[in-house]
Write a protein that binds this ligand. Structure first.
Ligand code: NAD
Length: 434
């Protein structure tokens, strides 16, 4: 059943969320579109089309529980725009998943794919379910049934899901298997983020952290600093934060503070980031490590460092603490860590904020590499992945930098201008049919 997206205020949908949706992904995505439109010579009709998703599929997903009872969950897939290629974006299992959230996040994916110049448009979906309430078998059955319900609208040339909150490589393997069984052939390119043994890509897991580190390195260089002379603080020591921190540490930066949900450790002489266990290696163990000082997550934001990398959850830099941020450069590793109000304060104070859609886009970029590997049936070596990712990130960085310089915009506005220009140009050339 396809639903018409309602125009109800999505801001109220997600009031208790601590991730990127709390500031309402849809509101943010539309606001960014309007801001970017002011700087791009683009037809009003194109902007109007981009405010709406192409399609939002809502499905019921029945699940037989271990005790034989049946629960029915609601699943969604929002497909925002495919003018540049198949829809691309995650599938999340979370109790607060809604159609509005999926629409907003699918729009973000449209901008992210376009700023990286990937031949994809934006998609996002999920099931309103608490994944912790599912046994492994239930997770598998739910995923297989969801794959079947979405079968007509996904596929390597139509819409390519990936893991997100509450889903992982195993979820993608089940999704790919269910889809392939019904198609009568193995179709690895229907999803990305799979285990490498069935067509997944090396380097996918560390890629958002790697791209965050690459963009941090470029920003540090751009503002005339030497990597070996800069200090870095990282909030969140999970997939994104730990990989970014360790790479910057390896490249010579001094990582003085890292944190998890319980707080931060701080050493002004630099931490050995490889000795601190990541969220995956040992959850919430940061404070157990030896360090001269521990801090709260609030205090981490107030450190007098050169670079601050929020890489935990969304909406952590707000109008309440934006004036306390003492870093010169903020690199957004998490999705939506800076609220709209905080962004204005940081801009006013001359803090350079490099946005999530550029910094953590290594994830969707390596997903694109995975899709290419699946279509070509040729797996790339880890070195090839890192080299191609480096090239893609540098190219996107340079495209955005040029707009920062020529139009005198913030990094965020420039990134959206790059994305919108590409999408608008594609729409203009293809035209509106009929
Ligand atoms: P993760 O679960 O691996 O790690 C999250 C880390 O943040 C953990 O150390 C956790 O203890 C900490 N944390 C959680 N809540 C916190 C809080 N309120 N204050 C301080 N620390 C807190 O997560 P991840 O995959 O690294 O994702 C982090 C962010 O990056 C999210 O916003 C996510 O949407 C975004 N992101 C992730 C990927 C990816 O593929 N992993 C890609 C792009 C963006």
């Amino acid at each position: 059943m396809a639903t018409t997206p309602s125009d109800s205020d999505p801001e109220t949908d997600d009031a208790d969320r601590t991730d990127e949706t709390a500031d309402s992904a849809l509101v943010t995505a539309r606001r960014q579109l309007e801001r970017a439109a002011a700087h791009v010579d683009v037809d009003e009709g194109v902007i109007e089309r981009l405010k709406h998703p192409t399609r939002v599929e809502q499905v019921s997903v029945p699940l037989e529980r271990e005790d034989g009872s049946v629960d029915v969950f609601t699943g969604y897939r929002a497909q925002h725009d495919d003018v540049r290629g198949p829809y691309k974006g995650g599938l999340r299992y979370h109790p607060a998943v809604t159609a509005q959230e999926c629409i907003g996040l699918s729009m973000w994916m449209t901008w992210k794919c376009a700023v990286m110049d990937l031949p994809f448009g934006g998609g996002k979906g999920g099931i309103a379910v608490n994944p912790k309430s599912l046994t492994d078998d239930e997770h598998e059955r739910l995923t297989r049934r969801f794959a079947e319900e979405l079968r007509d609208i996904v596929g390597p040339t139509k819409d390519v899901p990936a893991p997100d909150m509450g889903t992982d490589a195993q979820t993608m393997a089940w999704f790919m298997d269910a889809y392939s069984m019904q198609q009568g052939e193995t179709v690895p390119g229907v999803v990305t983020g799979k285990p490498p043994v069935i067509g997944g890509s090396y380097g996918r897991e560390e890629s958002p952290g790697r791209s965050t580190a690459i963009i941090a390195r470029e920003a540090i260089d751009y503002y005339g600093r030497d990597l070996s002379g800069v200090t870095v603080a990282v909030q969140g020591f999970g997939s994104v934060g730990a990989n970014a921190a360790r790479l910057l540490d390896d490249w010579g930066a001094t990582v003085v503070a890292v944190s998890d949900v319980n707080g931060a450790i701080y050493d002004p002489d630099g931490l050995d980031t490889h000795a601190v266990p990541t969220h995956e290696e040992e959850p919430e163990a940061v404070l157990e490590q030896d360090a001269p000082k521990t801090l709260s997550n609030e205090e981490l934001f107030e450190l007098d460092v050169d670079v601050l990398i929020p890489a935990a959850v969304g909406n952590v830099i707000t109008e309440d603490n934006a004036t306390d941020v003492r870093a010169d450069i903020v690199i957004e590793g998490a999705n939506g860590p800076t609220t709209f109000a905080a962004d204005a304060i940081l801009q006013e104070r001359g803090v350079h904020v490099v946005p999530d859609i550029l910094a953590n886009a290594g994830g969707v970029t390596v997903s694109y590499f995975e899709w290419l590997q699946d279509i070509n049936r040729r797996q790339w070596k880890p070195e090839e992945i890192n080299e191609e990712l480096e090239n893609k990130m540098l190219s996107a960085w340079n495209d955005v930098r040029e707009v920062v310089e020529t139009k005198d915009l913030t990094w965020r506005d420039a990134a959206y201008v790059v994305a919108l220009s590409r999408i608008a140009e594609a729409k203009a050339v293809r035209g509106l049919w009929p």
